[in-house]
Design a binder for this molecule. Structure first.
Ligand SMILES: O=P(O)(O)OC[C@H]1O[C@H](O)[C@H](O)[C@@H](O)[C@@H]1O
Length: 608
């Protein structure tokens, strides 16, 4: 397909759209009686099992989706990504996060140059540096070993590493290798977050890793200057060389900041921020905490999926088979979001605070915040039942990648792309928002579970182990959503007639289930890569650029204007001007209410 053709103008798209009318006549209750259909909707790779039989789809739908993939030149686009073409056309860059976890002997080229040796050079440096810190041969300014790490970064320079850290935190091998060490993440620019991060830490034994692809991100740089002050006010300015290192593509700015370039770990412009966890962005802080050998397993897990995704026919390709989101674009459902209903793995993260979780305040409430027309869009919900896949991370990868309104050629899309990701670990969601997915809007879900708990618990006399209890919900919820409950069934159960309408569940709510053998570093890498590639597949089919993010720029430039105004009003008493009535009113209130705080305050750091 020539890239200027909009996918919705192609025959396979129109066929699928027409097919929706047939699908609407089916019910999952009936589709699930067809064992042959269901059997063909199971995929297996390396002990990972994907079951998409609870998608409202027939074998014919799958054939139509494959035709759509063909019309979108999906294979060609995947190949172009792997061969280093500048598929991120608006930034004129290759998209080569797969090179970050390629084996040493692989050849992956960007602009005619094999990038794999550079990748391994940085990985070798990280291994050497992290071992020196961990074994105490690299010490702080006062001669003490550095046992705590604060990683400063935001967006892709934070969420991926946080996801992996959260998942590893309860893995027995990782626990052992992290004994006596702490890893903290400072992302938000709220001074409260600085306070929380440095509480209980001693600058003498702390290493600060500043992570920023551009080294210009306002929040990260202010937080970096704040912790530089924290270190130098306690230990003297020369201590910065021993206590601060950096990860960036902009080594010049790292040096200007005052970090020794020998202590800077590079990555490259062909690594998108949200796809950077396998670069030094994630590998450095995680290796400091867990040791390089553990993180190397994470990289090889991601690499195993890279190879599967590249070589497997679409019919048996897990990242290609998962994105039913495309199908739901056809108004099969009027739903609002992708709920990563986290399924049942054990020690997973609690960072729902930022994966929409991200920022506690922007997270779960998103549903409520969107204008009503958004609810007329079909979308997707990934329901993850275990605790370590911070929806925050997936939210960035998915929503920053595919939250686009124009095709890769800049033509406005005549359909809605992107999905709204939302989720909750374990069974927590069942006690809160699952009501909506059972009886409210139809929201397609992913349930993600693991066979073996990282931290099994067996109590004598209990019917099942604690993990079996968790997994009972993982297996039950998809069927509850698919089958629902009919009035007939309720009558047979002698439910009081006036309650029957309230207790009736329409069912026919789609989900897919992903079952991983366990949740060690290797599987965590696999899970990450499955979702990275699945999101790319969606973007390739929609014909958008999943690798740029122009939409985030507007808020940043408006904040710059506000920052200038606050400074001018506080230091020169300049009136607020150039803003609309509402913002002017709010700014005036903020300035007046804080006018007792002098503008020329001496440097002070939070104390809690
Ligand atoms: O790594 P940095 O350059 O500091 O960028 C951090 C983040 O900045 C922006 O908000 C982008 O939208 C993100 O994709 C990026 O991850």
């Amino acid at each position: 397909m020539a890239s200027s053709i909009i996918i919705s103008d192609t025959q396979p798209w129109k066929d699928l759209k027409a097919h929706v009318e047939d699908i609407k006549k089916t019910h999952l209750r009936d589709l699930l009686t067809d064992d042959k259909r269901c059997q063909s909707m199971f995929l297996e790779f390396d002990d990972i099992l994907l079951d998409y039989s609870r998608q409202q789809a027939t074998l014919e739908t799958i054939q139509k989706l494959l035709k759509l993939a063909e019309a979108a030149s999906l294979k060609d686009k995947i190949n172009r990504m792997y061969s280093g073409e500048h598929i991120n056309s608006t930034e004129n860059r290759s998209v080569l996060h797969v090179a970050l976890r390629a084996s040493r002997d692989a050849v992956i080229e960007s602009d005619g140059k094999n990038v794999v040796p550079e990748v391994w050079k940085v990985l070798d440096n990280i291994q050497e540096f992290s071992e020196r810190v961990r074994n105490g041969s690299w010490v702080g300014a006062t001669g003490k070993a550095l046992k705590d790490v604060v990683a400063i970064g935001i967006g892709g320079s934070f969420l991926g590493p946080l996801f992996v850290h959260t998942a590893l935190q309860t893995d027995p091998e990782a626990i052992e290798s992290a004994r006596g060490r702490q890893l903290r993440f400072l992302a938000n620019v709220d001074p409260i977050d600085v306070a929380r991060n440095i509480t209980g830490l001693n600058p003498e034994t702390t290493l600060v890793v500043v992570v920023s692809k551009t080294f210009t991100t306002a929040e990260t740089m202010l937080n970096a200057r704040t912790l530089r002050e924290w270190i130098s006010s306690a230990l003297g300015p020369s201590a910065v060389a021993k206590h601060m290192v950096a990860v960036s593509t902009n080594l010049k700015l790292v040096e200007q900041f005052g970090i020794d370039p020998n202590n800077a770990f590079a990555f490259w412009d062909w690594v998108g921020g949200r796809y950077s966890v396998c670069s030094a962005v994630g590998v450095l802080p995680l290796s400091l905490q867990y040791g390089f050998s553990v993180i190397e397993k994470f990289l090889s897990g991601a690499s195993s999926i890279d190879q599967h995704f590249y070589s497997q026919p679409f019919e048996s390709n897990i990242p290609v088979s998962a994105p039913f989101q495309i199908f739901y674009t056809f108004e099969l459902y009027c739903t609002c979001g992708s709920l990563l209903v986290q399924a049942c793995a054990s020690g997973f993260v609690e960072h729902m605070e930022c994966f929409i979780s991200w920022i506690s305040c922007q997270s779960e409430c998103l549903f409520d915040l969107f204008p009503s027309e958004i609810f007329n869009r079909p979308s997707y919900l990934i329901v993850k039942l275990w605790r370590s896949w911070p929806p925050t991370f997936n939210r960035q990868v998915s929503m920053e990648s595919n939250g686009k309104g124009v095709s890769i050629d800049g033509v406005p899309l005549p359909f809605e792309a992107g999905e709204i990701d939302f989720g909750e670990p374990g069974t927590n969601g069942q006690h809160s928002f699952y009501q909506l997915i059972h009886q409210g809007r139809v929201i397609p879900c992913d349930f993600i579970g693991v066979v073996k708990s990282q931290q099994p618990v067996f109590l004598k006399g209990e019917v099942v182990s604690n993990h079996d209890e968790l997994m009972s919900n993982y297996f039950a919820q998809p069927d509850a959503l698919a089958y629902g409950k009919t009035a007939d069934q309720l009558q047979k159960e002698n439910v009081s007639p006036h309650l029957i309408p309230h207790k009736t569940f329409s069912g026919n709510r789609p989900s897919l289930s992903l079952l991983l053998p366990s949740l060690n570093a290797y599987n965590i890498g696999q899970l990450l890569a499955i979702y990275e590639h699945r999101i790319a597949v969606e973007g390739f089919i929609w014909g958008i650029n999943s690798f740029d993010q122009w939409g985030v720029e507007l808020g940043k430039s408006l904040a710059t204007q506000v920052r200038k105004q606050l400074n001018a009003s506080r230091t020169k008493q300049e009136p607020v001007q150039g803003f609309n009535f509402s913002t002017t009113t709010m700014l005036n209130r903020y300035l007046q209410a804080s006018s007792d705080i002098p503008a020329d305050l001496p440097t002070s750091l939070p104390k809690i």
